[in-house]
Design a protein around this ligand. Sequence first.
Ligand code: SAM
Length: 371
Amino acid sequence: MAITQEEIYAAIDLDLSWSEKDLPERERTKHVHRLHPYLGKYVPQLVEELFRRHVPAGGRVLDPFAGSGTTLVQALESGLDSAGVDVAAFNCLLIGVKTGRHDLALVERDVHDALRRFEAGEGEAREETPYIRTWFAPQAREELLRFRALAAEYASADVLRVVLSRAARSARRTTHFDLDFPREPCTEPYWCFKHRRECRPVERAGHFLRRYALDTLDRLRSFDAVRSGREAVVLHGDAREIELPGPFDAVVTSPPYPGLIDYHEQHRYAYELLSLDDRRELELGAAAAGTSRASLAAYTEGIAAALANAAVACADGAPVLIVVNDRRELYPQILERAGLVLEHRLRRHVNRRTGRRAGEYFEDVLVTRRA
Ligand SMILES: C[S@@+](CC[C@H](N)C(=O)[O-])C[C@H]1O[C@@H](n2cnc3c(N)ncnc32)[C@H](O)[C@@H]1O
């Protein structure tokens, strides 16, 4: 029987359901959480509250689907050790930069020096690929390729690579309203739904490189002021089979949804520019795989295998917390296959804000444990 709107509201955990006023965007995207756009992350305040309720002080947490690293960043802020796995190399690069213990004076010197040399026209623009020729205007690609060559020369190369990727994302030949998954390059002026006027595709990348380089320094500094000295380990691999450095006191994770997002493809520009290892065939729930019966069966089996692998790396009795919107009702089967028992289901009302994705949206936190 379908559940009514009233029943949904009745079951909502209000302490996990923030309004825009309680939790404005600048809080949700504070310090390194906004180091680079990433579609499909959860809010750090949810993770913080789950840690507070379920993880012993000073404990170790695992996120087998670490994504942009929200769990690991929050763990550092909450004084916990953590490990995170992701199959997408770009995500691991990003998490490494967010959680790394940087010598900030050195990073600052490197970033300013790279920018100075970039402005002076240094750096060789080499190795254009068909993707780079298609998706960037001539000036933008020359600037991105020069910055890439310079970035490689510094100890802070990974920080500069993340700046490069963020600038490349903004400098693609696409419309302002289709930055997540543009299909075709846009080379002519177009009517922009976002700005309600005619806009032109971007032709340069230098201004983005400068702006994001300085923003990155600011964000690394603000995070440095609030992080603890705990450890965050980033593991690049398939969560179904990777060897995990347990024991952990809890798992906190949000697995990919079936058929919704292609996590490699959303950062395609980064894979192309940074020659990252593309393992998209191992991605669970990829949009490209669709939602046929066979795809959903493979998804169910894959997520169950990853959760089982995570659960056996946990201490006895440790909670496995899974943030989902299980509208296809796959989780009863996933949990059973993973050997997990559902103890509790917390429902939260996600306050959706942005115009084009507006609407009511609910998320559950499944509080489970190994059987
Ligand atoms: C919903 S996102 C996690 C987002 C994360 N909670 C955050 O706030 O950034 C799911 C992640 O699972 C990763 N993933 C998909 N298949 C995987 C696999 N087989 N092993 C490890 N990670 C995988 C994707 O690359 C994606 O980053």
